[in-house]
Design a binder for this molecule. Structure first.
Ligand code: CO
Length: 134
């Protein structure tokens, strides 16, 4: 069911410094910041040859990464994203195995304009896993 690793997401306390770290020091290609109000984050993508890093910074009052950054003040790995061909089939497969989907249980549009869901970490070996339809 799952395909490629699409990205690894890192929550960061300072988006400008994090972008400088990857762009100016490590020499990576980085995107412009993109606000995703529906997800409560601002994202910057670091383009690597075989995958991407997604730098996440809280946006708005109820950002899902605000508490994470309170516990991890230097930032840290927040989730990883695996590609799926059919997000609705992935949702059905997860539900059939009592794997909980965060939010209202249906897909939202993610940072690449494609449908995404998040699987509950307690049902995914302690990792927050995102599926993106690609
Ligand atoms: Co992501």
């Amino acid at each position: 069911m799952i395909g490629k690793l699409n990205h690894i997401a890192i929550a960061v306390p300072d988006l400008g410094k994090a972008t400088e770290f990857y762009h100016d020091i490590l020499g990576a290609r980085v995107s412009d910041p993109l606000d995703l109000p529906e997800h409560g984050v601002t994202t910057v993508f670091v383009e690597l040859e075989n995958t991407k890093l997604e730098l996440l910074f809280p946006l708005g009052e109820n950002s899902p990464i605000a508490a994470f950054l309170q516990k991890n003040s230097a930032g840290g790995i927040h989730h990883f994203c695996l590609e799926v061909e059919d997000i609705d089939a992935a949702i059905e497969q997860a539900k059939a195995h009592d794997i909980r989907i965060l939010g209202n249980g249906s897909a939202k549009i993610g940072a690449h304009g494609k449908p995404v869901i998040f699987i509950h970490p307690k049902d995914a070996l302690g990792c927050l896993v995102e599926f993106e339809e690609c």
